[in-house]
Design a protein around this ligand. Structure first.
Ligand code: URA
Length: 243
């Protein structure tokens, strides 16, 4: 982050005034006077001083939580109907975070929560084409032609779906288990796709997002994403949008 921005966010001065203070040699970074306008600092790491006092940034810590959502929780910060929300599962997280995209009340699986709005936009904007993988138990025995039509694209009431990767994983006399990977994020998309080929969803779980999986997380369990994973997700969005 630019030093002037850091000072402004810490409430020391306006951005322009902060730049003047830097020029005047009033600011130290890690004990050294800096007068360079574009100086970059890392909040939480570099020590910034003004008039002998350490200046703390007011920027909240950005956090990124990976949750294995159980069915029966709503992806919202609160619910007018009083149903449990995914935030009820994150007892020891103090920051105000919110779901990055949605899973239906009865859908389980991989969900990220964060307080980083820019990151959220990267993950959910259709332009960035982040892949989401689902396992869906559907009613009936799905045929090969039905799988193919789903992977080519289906006409739903809000238009054609983009091509998807669809695979039959298991089947019994009555039902089929499909693995479906899409990069769109329309409302109830998987359920509507399956219903449109005559095989309504009985049970839906998101098992992957970009390179992330649920490995090591039981239902209701969560962990913080590592810095490197967050960076990798951002890179994924960046590289895909340039196609
Ligand atoms: N598609 C759906 O139909 N529901 C979800 O929760 C996610 C994707």
């Amino acid at each position: 982050m630019r030093l002037a921005k850091y000072l402004a966010q810490a409430g020391i001065a306006s951005r322009r005034h902060a730049e003047q203070m830097i020029k005047n040699g009033e600011i130290k970074v890690n004990g050294q006077l800096v007068t360079e306008m574009g100086t970059q600092v890392e909040p939480g790491k570099d020590v910034i001083e003004y008039q002998g006092r350490i200046v703390g940034s007011t920027r909240p810590r950005m956090i990124y939580v990976l949750l294995n959502k159980p069915a029966g929780f709503i992806c919202s910060v609160d619910d007018p109907q009083g149903r449990p929300t995914v935030l009820d599962l994150l007892k020891d997280i103090k920051e105000r975070i919110y779901p990055v995209g949605r899973l239906d009340f009865d859908t389980s699986g991989l969900l990220i929560l964060s307080n980083d709005g820019e990151f959220t936009n990267l993950m959910i904007h259709p332009r960035y084409k982040i892949k989401k993988k689902y396992e869906a138990w559907v009613r009936g025995r799905v045929s090969q032609p039905e799988l193919s039509s789903m992977s080519r694209g289906l006409m739903l009431e809000d238009g054609m779906t983009a091509p998807a990767q669809v695979r039959l994983i298991a089947q019994d006399e009555k039902n089929s288990l499909l693995e479906i990977t899409i990069h769109e994020g329309r409302k109830r998309q998987i359920k509507r796709m399956c219903a449109s080929i005559g095989h309504p969803v009985l049970n839906l779980k998101r098992t992957g997002l970009a390179f992330l999986s649920l490995q090591g997380l039981e239902e209701g369990g969560y962990r913080l994403l590592k810095e490197q994973e967050v960076q990798q997700l951002k890179d994924c969005a960046g590289s895909i949008s340039e196609d």
